[in-house]
Design a protein around this ligand. Structure first.
Ligand code: ATP
Ligand code: SF4
Ligand code: MG
Length: 333
């Protein structure tokens, strides 16, 4: 018996583009546990959204070859029909995206849109739907009069909360949130992240939280997987990975976390020199090697996984910490 809500195994997504095949996702493995917020983090273009869309069955299978398996409650989601997937997405799996403005209808009030989401999965009468919508608004921390307001009358943070109210209206087990706070300013972003934490605790919701921002990971994630050029390069508990990043790429990302929330003007953040590889041909060796300060002779071969203990796994020939099970040495100053 596993307590994983979602088990992704060897997920690969190859786009058939005019220029050739784009190897966007390469053998991704990821377990999402019950009631955890799992961060999927990495630079732009590394395959976070494509992975999420593959899980949700939202990729155009005519243009994208998808391989591997995605186990959700004993079902391989990759084998379900569009109809079966749509039914799951409405009831047990929900999603929210970066830009609420493009997801909400400008012509309907927030209350009407939440009621529609309820109607999609619950045969409730109008009065009952209205009552449920009001309680969802309360749950996401919005005042009752929000129900009568149109999206243009709401701030970005309020709109994102309306999206979250819609997403949790079916009491889902899994929420996929793709950059849900990127468009928001820092204070509102923190409030929305707190809300996700509350929902994880109160509804035992499992959240796959996609972000390119390690500060977001530090703020709310229980565990995190770092992605680079379509590969997962490291997975660990978030606090562990931020303190002891073993992969040179994770280390570089962690160094980009602003020191202190109010440190907006505290000087430029370090940048990672170089660019991610083109995804048209999968690299023979380690995908990070052209940018890696620790590159050595072994890196011409693609690295396999190394278990550092405590659920900390890294794909690197020369990880920062020896995989000898002895974690006490890390406590040295
Ligand atoms: N329909 C498509 N056809 C061809 N290539 C695509 C398609 N969709 C995505 N890609 C490519 O797949 C790669 C991964 O894209 P993806 O959207 O997953 O990146 P991401 O990690 O979500 O980046 P961001 O942080 O900018 O959202 C990119 O190189 C992108 O160009
Ligand atoms: S395998 Fe080699 S090139 Fe890749 S991250 Fe590790 S040290 Fe760097
Ligand atoms: Mg994306």
């Amino acid at each position: 018996m596993t307590d994983n809500v979602l088990s992704i195994r060897e997920l690969s997504c190859d786009f058939l583009a005019v220029e050739g095949i784009v190897y966007a996702v390469n053998g991704v493995n990821l377990d999402l546990r019950r009631a955890e917020i799992h961060g999927l983090v990495g630079e732009s273009g590394c395959g976070k959204s494509v992975s999420a869309r593959a899980v949700l069955g939202l990729l155009d299978r005519k243009r994208c070859r998808v391989g591997g398996s995605v186990d959700f409650d004993g079902n391989n989601l990759l084998l379900l029909s569009e109809r079966e997937m749509r039914a799951l997405r409405g009831r047990r799996i929900s999603m929210i995206f970066q830009d609420p403005q493009n997801s909400l209808s400008p012509l309907e009030t927030a209350g009407m849109q939440i009621e529609e989401a309820i109607a999609n999965h619950l045969p409730a009468a109008k009065g009952e739907r209205r009552r449920l919508a009001a309680s969802l608004l309360e749950r996401v921390g919005l005042p009752p009069d929000t129900a009568a307001r149109y999206p243009f009358e709401l701030s970005g943070g309020m709109q994102q909360r309306v999206m979250i109210a819609q997403a949790i209206s079916c009491n889902p087990e899994l929420l996929v949130a793709d950059e849900p706070t990127t468009a928001l300013d820092v204070t509102i972003q923190a409030q929305v992240l707190r809300l996700l934490e509350t929902l994880r605790d109160e509804l035992s919701l499992s959240v796959l939280l996609i972000t390119h921002n390690f500060a977001v990971v530090a703020e709310v994630c229980d565990r995190v997987s770092v992605m680079y050029a379509g590969f997962i390069v490291e997975t660990a508990e978030a606090a562990e990975l931020i303190r002891f990043p073993a992969h040179p790429y994770s280390r570089a990302l962690v160094n980009c976390i602003p020191k202190g929330r109010a440190a907006g003007g505290a000087g430029p953040l370090p940048v990672i020199p170089g660019f991610p590889p083109r995804l048209y041909e999968p690299p023979w060796g380690c995908p990070f090697s052209p940018r890696c300060p620790k590159r050595g002779s072994a890196c011409a071969e693609r690295p396999g996984s190394r278990d550092l203990g405590g659920g900390h796994v890294v794909f690197c020939h020369y990880p920062e910490y020896a995989p000898n099970g002895d974690r006490s040495f890390r406590e040295a100053p």
